[in-house]
Design a protein around this ligand. Structure first.
Ligand code: NAD
Length: 474
């Protein structure tokens, strides 16, 4: 396969093949792990106000049924195609395995540019898509559980949940909310989900920066504070990641969007940029920042960490040699082509791979699914008990030591964990453990010189074990 001609799915296969060569699994098992189990491509009509019809093209790919349900986001974009959905579904299988989320991988997509449709049209498209999936058994709490992705958010997830509930039997209605994650809180969502992917990106990069030896190799001092960061795509993932980096003391020097980029070496306040974008319709012309019409150029700006958080295939053979960042933190799925990854590795750029770094979304989606099936909010039963125990302990310590803490200190220490605390704690734990697994595997496996290969090996091994446990491969 010539590298220039690789499609997104072929790129994922190439990464897979490289990793698979470091394992001893039989070739039949590796093929079963790599290929997509079910591909559903369909069309449905959308009626416009002038009574004309448009045919909408849609997809749902279930990559691996080694664990059920399968899980993966739904993307709305004019560029959606079968190859892309297959690639993203495959990445979901490996991502879930890597972070020990007990799901197979899936992905969905509708080939529309959401900016060109009003809310009513988007609702009708989403509901019809869900109805088609329901008819074909491509959605359900124990079958296939979608989530938000590029171009979709809580509103679409709420329409999906409602349509599925309306179409399911009274028996199935009990757990219907668990058919999709990323819902609004009032409709069975979980606190912390909306920012989960960006938060996971932050936890992952912050943890990487704690390894002084690794950072020394790429010429960076440990710690997040003062690091210069460029973010491509100020959507759900990019915005929250940038906010968490900023709160931790990093400097966001540039942000790029579909219509251009802005740059300020002294830092951009991402909340103000977001407000400016809401008011003016664009990030461009932000006070104090320089505009750049070519958004791709932003990837080549001087910075420590580049965070591609928009779409796949942004770092290519053409711009990889010009990238100055020491770390490429892949917040988006598939932002680096195989040829670009080779160039970056040769240059000594450290890539934190997508499959690991953006796993925060599916991790918290898993928590949401558990919440929906258990019908109880995390922390509801234990919060007040914990708080009372902590207060009793504090007053005993105060009595024994004769020292009194301030009210603020007491409230901070006594605070019982609520849903958001528990979600963030579970997410942080997941991101740290997975990073340590990848790092440890890369150190002990001779010939593995990048984290993507190490991450794929970890994931392949876990999926292989599942197939062996199912008795399919002895
Ligand atoms: P989103 O739609 O919320 O945001 C994407 C942003 O990128 C938008 O603001 C869009 O205008 C911008 N954009 C589009 N083309 C661009 C370009 N050429 N240059 C710069 N910006 C551009 O989508 P999202 O949910 O943030 O997803 C972004 C990426 O993260 C995708 O690759 C997605 O698959 C991945 N991802 C998302 C989640 C999630 O929970 N949402 C989870 C895992 C991975």
């Amino acid at each position: 396969m010539s590298q220039q001609k690789l499609s997104f799915f072929e790129t994922v296969m190439r990464f897979f093949d490289k990793a698979a060569s470091f394992t001893a699994h039989p070739s039949g098992l590796l093929e079963q792990i790599m290929y997509c189990n079910s591909i559903y491509e369909f069309k449905f009509p959308l009626k416009h106000a002038d009574k004309s019809y448009e045919t909408i093209q849609a997809f749902r790919v279930e990559h691996s049924h080694h664990k059920l349900p399968v899980k993966g986001g739904i993307r709305y974009s004019g560029m959606v195609n079968a190859d892309e959905v297959k690639a993203l579904a495959a990445l979901m299988t490996f991502k879930c395995a890597l972070v020990d989320v007990p799901f197979g991988g899936a992905k969905g997509g509708i080939r529309i540019e959401p900016r060109n449709y009003d809310r009513d049209q988007l609702e009708r498209i989403t509901r019809r898509y869900t109805a088609e999936l329901t008819k074909k058994n491509f959605i359900g709490p124990g079958v296939d559980v979608p989530a938000p992705d590029y171009g979709t958010g809580p509103a679409e997830m709420a329409w999906i949940a409602d349509t599925y509930a309306a179409m399911t039997s009274s028996e199935g209605a009990l757990d219907a909310a668990a058919c999709v994650t990323g819902k609004p809180i009032e409709q069975g969502g979980i606190r912390g989900r909306i920012e989960a992917t960006g938060n996971g990106v932050f936890y992952g990069v912050r943890h990487a920066l704690t390894f002084a030896d690794d950072m020394q190799k790429i010429g960076l001092a440990p710690g997040i504070e003062g690091k210069k960061i460029v973010v491509q795509g100020l959507g759900n993932v990019g915005y929250y990641a940038a906010r968490f980096f900023q709160e931790a003391g990093a400097v966001i020097v540039a942000v790029s969007e579909y219509d251009g980029a802005i740059y300020n070496p002294n830092g951009l306040d991402v909340d103000l940029v977001q407000e400016h974008r809401k008011e003016s319709g664009s990030i461009l012309n932000f006070p104090g920042a320089k505009n750049f019409k070519n958004n791709l150029d932003a990837l080549e700006y001087e910075c420590d960490i580049l965070v591609p958080a928009a779409l796949e295939r942004q770092i290519t053979k053409a711009n990889a040699p010009k990238i100055k960042a020491k770390i490429v933190a892949e917040a988006a799925n598939g932002p680096t082509t195989a040829a670009a990854a080779d160039i970056l590795r040769e240059k000594g750029t450290f890539i934190i791979p997508d499959m690991y770094l953006n796993a925060g979304g599916v991790t918290v989606s898993y928590f949401e699914w558990l919440k929906n099936l258990s019908h109880v909010r995390f922390g509801r039963i234990s919060k007040r008990f914990e708080e009372a125990s902590n207060r009793a302990l504090l007053s005993t310590v105060e009595r024994l030591t004769g020292k009194e803490l301030s009210l603020e200190e007491k409230n901070y220490i006594a605070h019982g964990a609520d849903e958001k605390d528990l979600v963030n704690s579970g997410l942080e734990e997941t991101m740290i453990n997975a990073y340590d697994d990848i790092r440890e595997l890369s150190l002990r496996t001779e010939g593995v010189d990048d984290f993507r290969t190490a991450a794929f090996i970890c994931a392949i091994n876990k999926v292989a074990v599942s197939y062996m446990q199912l008795g399919i491969f002895p």
